[in-house]
Design a protein around this ligand. Structure first.
Ligand code: M6R
Length: 605
């Protein structure tokens, strides 16, 4: 949530900041701003509501400088307005600050130290920049010491800060706790960003910052100190990514590009995590730790949580290990009763979700083994877990997650097979995951090639619908949750995913003439039951539609997917639902990639 960029020592600061903000726009897009200084006494503060393009349009040719900071906002404290957009500044316009996170005790700090200060915004962030100014003026502290003193007062808060003192402008003051932040090492310049793709035009070498650290950055130096004031030396990591991977090319929206990429992602996962013989290919140490667990706990949020629900079925069927799946934000503060030998699996596309990270911090404090399955190398959840597996899905930019979901399921499937083999479960030994992922990739491509027909379905049944349902049983029910989430988050159709047998216990009261109800039918055991539940909705006026595996199809089915092993059918049944959501949003004229009220990476709890 919120994207941060900064640069010092580059005459192209304005372009670097704006380009960086464009790349980070998926993190928040309700307002944006930059502060730039040319070190010759000229500085510029420009902020606008709405997308980065509004900010870009407001930055005239006169705006120039070699140092600056920028921000794209997802509002937490204070409405969406120019005043609440960042950078926030001190009353005397000496200090400028951008922030990602939440200052929990900002009201107390304001009351204690700043009763005489005039505030220009409703944000928690402004309290921080006013405090720095306050300590510099009233206690004669240096900027660095005032910044450090302020950091020491922020109880239980999450923050990534980037600050400039306009009286000594070529220095960037940086601090981080819980919210992600990287320092990029350039040639004669240094940069700061929430996420590496924002700065790949400047550098591919980054330093990850740890919680509690404070950094002073000049064009040719980076000094990190830990929370006890000790100097920290850290090796940079190299990001081997082509900047074009984050472009959408000829696609109208990232979401469509990312849906289309799914067959290749499955092939990549098959070749990375299985040998040519078809055997899983994982680190033995990780497998042995997993094998010692008496229960697996999968933790995630949103789409990642839904992928975890599919994972549970696979770990229980293939490896016979009891598996619980938890919503990260619930698990973090619920203190659930754990088994004697728990093993935690964190699913997170971004690797930065604050709710999941909070659980991992507790897991680490208790020394439990953990595995993060993520798409982002060197992200916080990647760095802090005992073991990691990458999704290899390539950058996912659209707020609606698509390829990460199918990639998570594919990696879980290979892992469950590996564990099942260690436990000598025949069902796992007979499950040729490499071959099945190949079949799934081909089946996905067939659905994607038929997208014109799916667009017609979206136009006919969903674009004007005020509400819709996806229903199914077992693994199909888990996909119904993801299908409904896709539809609601980008098309604003009130959608629910439901256990088809549970509808008649209350929710069927919502069915009206024409309400679209999509039955997901991929499991032999429950196919007839779901069909009869669909009939019940039709008798009450619903427009019934089906997404069915070929072997179970009947004349009149709406979308038929190819046959693959029943354990991995979500890889196919979700794709029509992704496309229905995409085309519904598109045909309603909405911004598919940046739906209202949302942000891609949810870095506040
Ligand atoms: O990066 P993560 O996978 O941890 O993100 C979790 C959720 O915020 C994310 O899946 C969200 O639900 C998506 N917008 C769904 O499309």
């Amino acid at each position: 949530m919120c994207g941060i960029v900064g640069v010092t020592g580059n005459d192209n600061a304005v372009q670097i900041l704006l380009k960086g903000l464009e790349k980070l726009e998926y993190r928040g897009y309700d307002s944006a701003g930059i502060y730039v200084n040319d070190l010759q006494g000229n500085d510029y503060l420009i902020k606008r509501k709405g997308h980065i393009s509004n900010l870009e349009a407001a930055v005239g040719p006169e705006v120039h400088g070699s140092v600056g900071i920028g921000h794209t906002r997802w509002a937490t404290h204070g409405v969406v307005s120019v005043a609440n957009a960042h950078p926030q500044f001190s009353e005397d316009h000496r200090f400028y600050l951008v922030h990602n996170g939440v200052i929990e005790n900002y009201k107390e700090l304001k009351a204690t130290y700043l009763s005489d200060t005039t505030f220009a915004s409703q944000t928690d962030t402004e309290v921080v920049v006013q405090l720095v100014d306050h300590f510099v003026r009233t206690q004669n502290l240096s900027t660095r010491d005032a910044f450090l003193k302020t950091l020491g007062l922020l109880e239980g808060s999450s923050y990534a800060f980037l600050m400039i003192d306009s009286l000594d402008p070529d220095t960037l003051y940086v601090a981080k706790s819980k919210s992600p932040l990287l320092v990029g090492l350039g040639d004669g310049c240094n940069v700061v960003c929430s996420d590496a793709p924002a700065m790949l035009d400047v550098t591919h070498d980054f330093l990850a910052l740890h919680d509690g650290e404070m950094v002073t950055i000049k064009p040719n130096s980076v000094e990190i100190i830990d929370q006890n004031g000790n100097a920290v030396s850290r090796k940079p990591f190299h990001v081997d990514m082509d900047p074009s991977e984050t472009e959408k090319g000829t696609y109208p929206y990232y979401m469509l590009k990312e849906i289309d990429e799914q067959p290749n992602v499955l092939r990549k996962i098959a070749s990375t995590y299985t040998k040519e013989s078809g055997e899983p290919n994982f680190d033995d140490k990780m497998l042995s730790a997993l094998n010692q667990a008496d229960r697996i706990y999968i933790v995630g949020a949103g789409t990642s949580y839904h992928a975890g629900l599919v994972g549970k079925k696979m770990f229980e069927k293939l490896a016979h290990v009891p598996t619980e799946v938890h919503i990260a934000s619930e698990f973090a503060y619920d203190d659930p009763l754990l088994s004697k030998k728990p093993f935690f699996i964190f699913l997170s596309q971004s690797g930065e979700t604050a709710d999941s990270r909070e659980v991992l911090v507790n897991v680490n404090a208790k020394d439990y083994p953990s595995l993060t399955i993520t798409n982002v190398e060197n992200s916080t959840l990647y760095r802090e877990a005992s073991y990691t597996l990458l999704l290899h899905a390539g950058p996912e930019i659209s707020v609606a997650s698509t390829k990460a979901y199918t990639a998570q399921i594919a990696v879980e499937a290979v892992l469950a097979k590996a564990l099942g083999e260690i436990k000598e479960q025949t069902i796992a030994e007979d499950f040729d995951i490499r071959q099945q992922l190949g079949f799934a990739a081909t089946g996905m491509q067939a659905i994607i090639d038929d997208k014109g027909r799916i667009e017609n379905i979206a136009k006919k049944y969903f674009v004007k619908a005020p509400k819709a349902f996806y229903i199914g049983r077992g693994i199909d029910q888990t996909v119904s949750l993801e299908a409904a989430l896709k539809l609601k988050e980008i098309s604003y159709v009130h959608a629910e995913g439901f256990a088809s047998g549970e509808l008649k216990h209350g929710t069927i009261a919502l069915i009206e003439e024409g309400t679209p109800v999509v039955g997901i039918i991929t499991q032999k055991k429950t196919a007839a039951l779901t069909r009869s539940n669909l009939q019940e909705t039709m008798s009450r006026g619903a427009q019934a539609l089906t997404i069915v595996r070929q072997g179970l199809s009947q004349p009149g089915d709406t979308i038929v997917t190819t046959d693959i092993n029943e354990l991995i059918t979500p890889l196919l049944s979700v794709v029509p639902a992704q496309l229905i959501a995409y085309f519904t949003s598109l045909n309603k004229g909405l911004d598919v990639d940046k739906p209202r009220n949302l942000a891609k990476s949810v870095t506040v709890e």
